[in-house]
Design a protein around this ligand. Structure first.
Ligand SMILES: [Zn+2]
Length: 113
């Protein structure tokens, strides 16, 4: 064990940055290479799990939580907002993902005593 010790918080920051970059790359490559985009999503999830961080809410909308395919609204997914939730239909596996919207989270934070 001769690896230099990186503080946990720093590790998480680096991981989050990497995850963001992976999703950017997934978006850039989607039209050319869908399989590559899916691999980036898988990689981002692996990184998140390794350092035990959550994938940011805005990025969670970008992939299907059932089949983990990268989703491009209008191409292989449809995004609808209903009752404060974002409902994403995945055309790859024909399942739905519900995600609470940022608006609702803000409201909850606002209502905190
Ligand atoms: Zn799916």
């Amino acid at each position: 064990m001769s690896r230099p010790l990186v503080p946990k918080q720093k590790q998480k920051e680096i991981a989050l940055q990497r995850i963001k970059t992976l999703f950017e790359e997934a978006e850039n490559n989607f039209s050319k290479n869908k399989a590559l985009s899916n691999r980036y999503v898988a990689l981002a999830r692996k990184i998140a799990m390794k350092v035990k961080i959550r994938i940011p809410l805005d990025l969670k909308r970008r992939f299907c939580k059932h089949c983990y395919k990268y989703l491009m609204p209008g191409v292989n997914s449809r995004v609808r907002t209903r009752e404060g939730k974002v409902i994403i239909s995945c055309f790859e596996c024909k399942k739905f993902t519900r995600i609470p919207t940022i608006k609702k989270l803000t409201k909850r934070a606002f209502m905190k005593p």
